[in-house]
Design a protein. Structure first.
Length: 356
């Protein structure tokens, strides 16, 4: 029998609904993860943190959201108004556009691209334009200086992230993110951080350091402490967004935190099996399909929460780097390390069975 054609209107509605669900989930997750970030920072500094709005201060992020939305939008007189308003919107849009290829559970992905990793690298590379536009459009030297710092920093660490991703592609043999996760199914030693299986276990000598490099580079890529030089208040009066307030500033901050959570998801997908719990799950066979998907989604979300906690701890306990230290780490340490790692993993894939 010929396949029945799907109505274009129905297809469009389903696609929009799926995108809206992912968008709402990311926004709600950001609200509570931001609360958790502030709580971790407060705990390290032996203070309470948000604890007034809602039980345990859980609604503090929503109160901050209302505060930003209701405030007047102030645009400097000498600013390029169009670019000034377009910059935070661009940062916000690109940050959420990257989530289109992240597999949340089996079959739960907005766009199952065969080159999903290339899409992610392209979107993350474009993200710097929002920051540059915001710093330039303000028509002030301080934000422009902060924007230039951010551009240099993000370009520097995108290089090392790119080479780390290549090691994962070599192990998995694909750039499709759901396939990369599927290849890590079963026991935890099938995760890429341990080489992607017992037969590749010696590759863990390379992949564990590569996971650490990815984590540190992700901190720098998202302007996260101790690499928050574009926003170093003590040096640049808050950097590229110093002239922003109200909703445009909120869009910048949401975009930044969406990128942080995206990096947490990427570490989970590339190195720690994505939605795979690290052990076989035959007990799920008797569960309804929806319950199975929900279980895998919760596993993936738990991994995101863990890595966000690691990001929060780095913010709380590691002192800020000087800019020359930041550049030296990226170009003189991480770049050679990742280049050597790509060569070693390539040699292992070709001459597997020989010791690395």
């Amino acid at each position: 029998m010929p396949e029945q054609a799907v109505s274009p209107l129905l297809w469009f509605g389903l696609a929009v609904g799926q995108i809206a669900l992912v968008l709402i989930w990311v926004l709600l997750s950001l609200a509570f993860l931001l609360w958790g970030d502030r709580k971790v920072w407060a705990g390290v500094q032996m203070r309470k943190g948000p604890n007034v709005v809602g039980p345990f201060g859980l609604f503090q992020s929503f109160a901050d959201f209302l505060k930003f939305v209701l405030k007047e939008i102030v645009i400097p007189a000498g600013a390029d108004k169009t670019v000034f308003l377009l910059a935070p919107l661009l940062s916000f849009t690109l940050a959420f556009g990257a989530w289109a290829v992240i597999p949340l559970a089996p079959g739960w992905v907005v766009a199952n691209l065969n080159v999903g990793i290339l899409y992610l690298l392209a979107i993350s590379s474009l993200g710097v334009y929002g920051i540059i536009m915001g710093g330039w459009a303000s028509n002030s030297k301080y934000p422009f200086l902060g924007a230039l710092r951010s551009a240099a920093q993000m370009v520097s660490y995108e290089v090392s992230i790119g080479f780390v991703v290549i090691t994962v592609i070599l192990l998995a043999g694909t750039m499709n993110l759901p396939e990369i996760v599927t290849k890590q199914a079963g026991w935890f030693w099938n995760w890429n951080v341990l080489g992607g299986g017992l037969k590749n276990l010696p590759a863990a000598i390379v992949m564990i350091p590569m996971m650490v490099v990815f984590y540190i580079s992700a901190l720098a890529e998202t302007n996260r402490p101790p690499f928050d030089l574009p926003e170093a208040e003590s040096e640049l009066v808050a950097g590229y967004q110093v002239e922003y307030s109200s909703t445009p500033y909120l869009l910048f901050m949401i975009g930044e935190y969406a990128n942080i959570v995206l990096m947490c998801a990427m570490i989970s997908v590339l190195f720690f099996g994505g939605w795979n719990p690290g052990f076989p799950t035959p007990f799920l066979d008797s569960w309804p399909a929806t319950a199975q998907s929900a279980f895998f989604f919760l596993v993936f979300f738990a991994k995101i929460i863990f890595w966000f906690f690691m990001f929060a701890m780095a913010k709380a306990i590691v002192p800020r780097y000087r800019y020359d230290q930041l550049m030296r780490l990226g170009w003189k340490v991480f770049l050679p390390m990742t280049l050597v790692a790509v060569m070693l993993v390539s040699a292992w894939k070709v001459f597997g069975g020989l010791p690395l």
